[in-house]
Design a protein around this ligand. Structure first.
Ligand code: KIV
Ligand code: ZN
Length: 514
């Protein structure tokens, strides 16, 4: 079988999505799930961006045992040294060097001639070769680079010691035929091409990232770079789950496969969405909430008669199991444990007790607790952030002819419970004003989103907020059957994360990726 290697860059290019800023613990949590998913390579970050980024890459490098861990580097010795430092302790380290090669980038960004680009990249690869046996080189904006020059750059990279040459369509400009042709040409024209792996890295600006990645595979790419849920700069990157499922479902056409554990896809998608605070659109291929929903009568009729009429992938393939056991307020520990096993969670006794207490609490408020509710409860606190502030009580007064007001009681670490009242334009605004007054924190609400976890009037509501302060931002989540309480919890969660982030800032200067 022809194997396609999966290079996951959720923690690097994915983290470059506007508004996303993962802390070290969150990065490790995602990396461990990517390891379970079975990705071959994990790009953990850009160590030269800041000491915090370097530390986060190092934490991933030490935690993950079954995937190559990669650090991104410009073609500069300081960056290469930062990657060396960050990858200490990695079982299987690799450096990813890049330098732009297209005429637009050479002229306007780098102000370098073709010769200077070749010399700079070669010097960087040769320097890195002293410390790394695995080196990936990316001619940035390869898609818009003259094909002859791209062949020259690739030949140089192979001579200098690269083991993978990655072809990025940095701005998502290529069409599948054009992008495929680059791979065909490199395979035909570059001496020594058989010594290295060719890789494709696509962006989705014109909605063609997955199609371009598949075209690359058809023309000889052995590795695909992408992210979970397709997150990333601007319109995002190739979605790994889309490539994996296209190869799986259309094996008769592509004759190639990944070695991903496809049953981990749904869980990985949920985790990335939660920790990045980026909701997955309902109609997103493979992992969207509607990907397996059949609405029209004709489709439902077809499905009942024979699933293959309208379903080309079964939800079970990506690990979406609907367990038959229905839980409610009379369900006991045993049934709850069985449900968790059904849903694929392994919890130790302490975690089980904690989850069971939360479940009982929810079952008192809801008639039936759905699988989605249970997943949301279990994944609510995926990463333990020290709680400087903890919500104790919330009271809101609203009538549509007067100014809404809120009273909030918060347990402040080391100071005990404090109470504060405030008014606002709406109930949520009043709550947030009360929290601001109580904590004295000057923050800006950069984003607020609300989503229902399951169906029905008593559904759990999940609120995401992003708070900003002096250029540092943090996202928070809150879960409750009451959306006002979920809103308060999300805000307080984001505040706690912001305080944690202030201690070890990972301020990434996007301009430094030049
Ligand atoms: O899109 C791009 O060109 C990149 C490079 C750093 C590989 O992300
Ligand atoms: Zn990219």
């Amino acid at each position: 079988m022809r194997k396609i290697y999966i290079f996951d860059t959720t923690l690097r290019d994915g983290e470059q999505s506007p508004g996303v800023n993962l802390n070290t613990q969150e990065k490790v949590e995602i990396a461990l799930q990517l390891e379970k998913l079975g990705v071959d390579r994990i790009e953990a970050g850009f160590p030269a961006a800041s000491p915090g980024d370097l530390a986060a890459v190092n934490a991933v490098a030490r935690a993950v045992k079954n995937a190559t861990i990669i650090g991104l580097s410009r073609s500069r010795t300081q960056d290469i040294d930062a990657v060396r430092e960050a990858l200490k302790g990695a079982e299987d380290p690799c450096i990813h060097l890049f330098l732009a090669t297209s005429p637009i980038h050479r002229q306007h960004k780098l102000r370098m001639s073709k010769e200077q680009v070749l010399e700079t990249a070669e010097a960087a690869i040769r320097y890195a070769k002293q410390f790394f046996s695995k080196i990936e080189f990316s001619p940035e904006d390869a898609g818009r680079t003259e094909l002859d020059f791209l062949c020259e750059v690739t030949e140089m990279a192979i001579r200098a010691g690269a083991t993978v040459v990655n072809i990025p369509d940095t701005v998502g400009y290529m069409t599948p035929v054009e992008f495929g042709n680059i791979f065909k040409t490199l395979r035909e024209k570059v001496p020594g091409i058989e010594k290295i792996q060719l890789s494709a890295h696509c962006h989705d600006d014109l909605g063609m990232a997955t199609a371009n990645a598949l075209a690359a595979i058809e023309n000889g790419a052995e590795q695909i770079e992408g992210t979970i849920n397709g997150i990333g700069e601007r319109a995002g990157n190739t979605a790994i789950e889309e490539v994996a499922l296209a190869l799986e479902t259309r094996f008769n056409y592509y004759q190639a496969k990944t070695t991903l554990n496809l049953k981990e896809i749904a869980r990985t998608s949920r985790l990335v969405s939660k920790l990045t605070g980026m909701p997955v659109p309902g109609n997103k291929a493979i992992v969207g909430a509607n990907a397996f929903a059949h609405e029209s009568g004709i489709h439902q009729d077809g499905m009942l008669k024979e699933k293959s009429t309208y379903e080309i992938i079964s939800p079970e393939t990506i690990g979406l199991v609907e367990s038959k056991l229905v839980l409610g307020k009379h369900s006991g520990r045993h049934a709850f444990r069985e449900k968790l096993i059904d849903l694929g969670y392994e919890l130790d006794d302490e975690a089980l007790n904690e989850a069971f207490a939360k479940f009982k609490d929810l079952a008192d408020k809801k008639k039936q607790v759905s699988d989605e509710d249970i997943r949301a409860l279990l994944e609510e606190k995926l990463v333990d952030t020290p709680e400087v502030y903890r919500l104790e009580k919330l009271q809101v007064a609203y009538d549509n002819r007067s100014v809404p007001s809120a009273v909030i009681a918060v347990n402040v670490q080391g100071e005990g419970v404090k109470e504060q009242q405030a008014e606002g334009n709406g109930s949520v605004d009043a709550i947030y004003n009360a929290i601001d007054a109580l904590t004295g924190e000057q923050v800006e609400l950069e984003d607020y989103a609300i989503k229902s976890v399951s169906q029905g009037k008593d559904a759990l509501g999940e609120v995401y907020v992003v708070l900003g302060q002096n250029g540092v931002s943090a996202q928070g989540r809150g879960l409750s059957t009451d959306i006002l309480e979920a809103s308060a919890r999300a805000y307080i969660d984001a505040l706690n994360r912001l305080i944690e982030r202030r201690k070890s800032p990972r301020r990434r200067d996007r301009m430094s990726l030049i």
